[in-house]
Design a protein around this ligand. Sequence first.
Ligand SMILES: Cc1cc2nc3c(=O)[nH]c(=O)nc-3n(C[C@H](O)[C@H](O)[C@H](O)COP(=O)(O)O)c2cc1C
Length: 214
Amino acid sequence: MNVIEAINERRSTRAFLPDPVERDKLTAILEAAARAPSWANSQPWEVFVATGATLERIKAGYLEKYASKTPPATDMPMPPAWTQAAKDRRQGLSDGMARVCGEAAKRFGALNREMFNAPAVVFVCMDKVLSHWSLYDIGAYAQNLMLAAVENGLGAIPAITLVLYPDVLRREMRIPDNLKVTIGIAIGHIDKAHRINDFSSERVPFDEATHFFD
Ligand SMILES: Cc1cc2nc3c(=O)[nH]c(=O)nc-3n(C[C@H](O)[C@H](O)[C@H](O)COP(=O)(O)O)c2cc1C
């Protein structure tokens, strides 16, 4: 598989099989992720990987929070505003999923709350003193990770719902207070029988977002 094939094959997986990801494979994927560029090679990512009993405790901790209707308390503020174009694309995502996945689309919220049944979740953190420029580096790290997952025949999804309750993550993985949790990336074997995974998101027409000047 070449890079362009991996880029085009990657899409968010929202239902995983329970089979664990082999540790060697996970390590190789995370090593590839860390080849990402970063400002002055600062490599701001500090990574906590939850699998097995730890991930089960995290999932249970989140379900308790949902049951008690505890408001989310992400380490990074939720977006204060969206442009109208972004709102339209969000609507396009829900409409497209409903059209392609039928009844399975109604499980979107539940799958998010169940952490997509993933056997592994990678939580990417960075020091609180670092600027928002480091988030650029974290994004590159995340994309490398997801492409390496494709190369290894696995699926992945970056999700804000994975980081709604950092206190649970801190408790279960001893994440130090100087770090903020930026994003969680679930990774595992794709449940190909689950119709939610049939969906492939669209992109705006190329010329709408890209402007050449000769
Ligand atoms: C920062 C970020 C947060 C996201 N959070 C969620 C989420 O909480 N739940 C979810 O189902 N998908 C989430 N996604 C996945 C996006 O919905 C998805 O990337 C987008 O619709 C494009 O689809 P694709 O990844 O299949 O190409 C998130 C993606 C990013 C980059």
